[in-house]
Write a protein that binds this ligand. Structure first.
Ligand SMILES: *Cc1c(COP(=O)(O)O)cnc(C)c1O
Length: 341
């Protein structure tokens, strides 16, 4: 059965974005963050495409996410480490943890499960082990693949980035780690010094543009499309949708689409979003409902059963709504058909 709305997912653009980020990463390997179901696109399909293109390092948040990807056979790292409750799944060996507390280090060492990654705290005060603990020998004897940290302000030009970079660089050669890693999408644009041995883009793979420097290299990947359930004529002065926040300035053709905030088409698009008909912009009018959205189609031949798409420019959408590009992607709901082309 065909759903009345879908995500058109551009597999070639996904791979091209990864290749562009890999080029910008220089000699460093380029991985992929595929947590939150591949930022809403569907992690398995994303992983298979990127693995075929040559990507060898994938990052998820939880063991449930890792386990769901076990069939792909790729190397997965679980960013949220190894809680006691995770150890049974960790023992299955579908992924390695990114350890981020002394207790996790102790637990992993005791379990004797082999290779791990480690997160270092260098100035974000989120997850990670203090550099002082590492210099004091906390990690001695662990088989560490990647020693990584995460940038707090990568999309801003601030001295804090250099501070974090230097803190990680100071740990080079101080552990048995095979690699160092720091840069997310925006971090890659900060320059080769930030790439170390492995970069970890997420957002930009999926068409998000976190900073102007990446804009020329990143293509949109996700296009929302929805079917017209009803077309109506709204008389001049009559209102549309909850609380009638839009009223017709003239007799207007209006299309009601199968798309709403329960699909992740956020309420912030009310009277703000843009639908597209063969590239021509049509304004979203009135409040976004849970399952419905209205579009002013005056002057266009749009009828019941037709499909409209929505502007795929995430940076624009975030600017227009105040909702971050990350939230716009990861909020994409489960009712869409996800169609790769
Ligand atoms: C999510 C995440 C990334 C990817 O970040 P983007 O900003 O989406 O490129 C990289 N590293 C870590 C630790 C993350 O949590």
């Amino acid at each position: 059965m065909k759903a009345p709305n879908r995500l058109r997912l551009d597999g070639a653009a996904l791979v091209e974005n990864w290749r562009a980020l890999a080029r910008m990463s220089g000699r460093a390997a380029c991985g992929a963050a595929v947590k939150a179901n591949g930022y809403g696109l569907g992690a398995e399909k994303v992983v298979r495409r990127l693995a075929r293109a040559g990507c060898q390092h994938f990052f998820v948040a939880t063991w449930a996410e890792a386990r769901a990807l076990a069939g792909t056979g790729v190397a997965l790292a679980v960013l949220h480490g190894a809680r006691e409750a995770d150890m049974a799944w960790a023992a299955e060996g579908c992924a390695k943890p990114v350890l981020s507390t002394p207790l996790q280090v102790q637990r992993w060492r005791a379990a004797g499960l082999g290779t791990c990654d480690v997160m270092v705290e260098t100035g974000m005060n989120r997850l990670g082990i203090a550099p002082a603990d590492i210099l004091a020998g906390l990690l001695d004897g662990l088989q560490i693949d990647t020693l990584m940290s995460h940038l707090a302000c990568a999309e801003e030009k601030v001295p804090h980035n250099e501070h974090q970079r230097a803190s990680l660089a100071a740990l080079a050669g101080r552990t048995g780690a095979r690699r160092l890693s720091l840069a997310n999408s925006a971090g890659i644009a900060l320059g080769r010094d930030y790439a170390f041995d492995l970069t970890r883009p997420g957002l930009a793979l999926y068409g998000g543009v976190p900073c102007a420097a990446l804009a020329p290299f990143i293509r949109p990947v996700v296009t929302v499309e929805a079917e017209v359930l009803q077309r109506r004529l709204v008389r001049a002065g009559d209102g549309v949708g909850y609380n009638l926040t839009w009223s017709a300035p003239r007799d207007s053709e209006v299309a009601i689409l199968n798309l709403g905030y329960a699909d992740g088409y956020r309420r912030a698009f009310s009277n703000t979003g843009t639908a597209l008909l063969n590239g021509k912009p049509l304004p979203v009018i009135g409040r976004i409902s849970m399952d419905l959205t209205a579009v002013d189609t005056t002057g266009f031949d749009v009828g019941e059963g037709d499909w409209l798409s929505f502007d795929p420019d995430l940076a624009w959408a975030a600017e227009a709504t105040g909702v971050s590009q990350y939230e716009l992607l990861t909020g994409l709901g489960q009712r869409f058909d996800r169609v790769w082309c």
